[in-house]
Design a protein around this ligand. Sequence first.
Ligand SMILES: Nc1nc2c(ncn2[C@@H]2O[C@H](COP(=O)(O)OP(=O)(O)OP(=O)(O)O)[C@@H](O)[C@H]2O)c(=O)[nH]1
Ligand SMILES: [Mg+2]
Length: 274
Amino acid sequence: MLILNTDLEKLVIIPTYNEKENITSILHAIFNLNEGFHILVIDDGSPDGTAQIVKDLLPKFSGQLFIEERTGKLGLGTAYIHGFKWAISRNYQFIFEIDADFSHNPKDLPRLYHACKHQGADVAIGSRYTKGGGVVNWPKNRIALSKGASLYTRMITWMPVKDPTAGFVCYKKEVLETINLDEIRFVGYAFQIEMKFAAWKLGFKIKEVPIIFQDRTYGTSKMNKGIVKEGILGVLKLRWHSLFTNYRKRVKNSEQLTAGAKEKEAGEVLAETK
Ligand SMILES: Nc1nc2c(ncn2[C@@H]2O[C@H](COP(=O)(O)OP(=O)(O)OP(=O)(O)O)[C@@H](O)[C@H]2O)c(=O)[nH]1
Ligand SMILES: [Mg+2]
């Protein structure tokens, strides 16, 4: 594995499972921003050949596009953990999560970056439920599930984040280095919730940037009952651990303690700015 020592700036991680209808367009949409985003695709052996499509594009986007292939569908959470470690080892300063299915508009990536780079955020969340955010085209039952999950998470954890299940996020490298990624074990919604919860508990500043979320037009959803169940139980587990065990200690990376986060109390959620 080649490890570069120079500081690289922005890496967008896209986890994929059967996204052949979306992958080419999402890669082009991000590169066409011309904002210097690099992209790492984490493909879990998609039977529809998503990985091959990416590999065919590698020469065209040499030095900006990368792929990591895993052998089976191991889940969104572990795909991101794999990508986070990859990004840290190459010294990327800002690391983004985005879905492949255009539910998140790539044009919003620079706004998430701006929040972290210039507005004091350590974590910027592309938020559907903050002022100015929204959801279009989603079936009513999905909106109800998502809003219900947000409310439930807030009630149980007291984390003041309006869209805790959001999968459109920018993390400063320091956040991902400080969290012990091996202790994050959830896979679906619960993974997204736990990453934010861990960052907040470790004292990092979170900012919600309003975005409009769209239902996917192409390909199929990988959402299932197991993911919902994991979310419901996972949130309870987080609360339990934070009340009765030393959650901060468990989730903090003991090898890479950063002075800044070391003694902080729970982080703040920054006020919305235009
Ligand atoms: N590598 C990898 N990627 C996955 C896995 N499951 C889902 N993904 C990807 O994660 C992203 C989000 O998955 P979606 O199926 O869109 O899940 P969702 O957004 O909760 O569901 P919908 O809103 O119904 O689309 C997409 O880019 C998927 O291809 C997985 O097990 N491994
Ligand atoms: Mg989706």
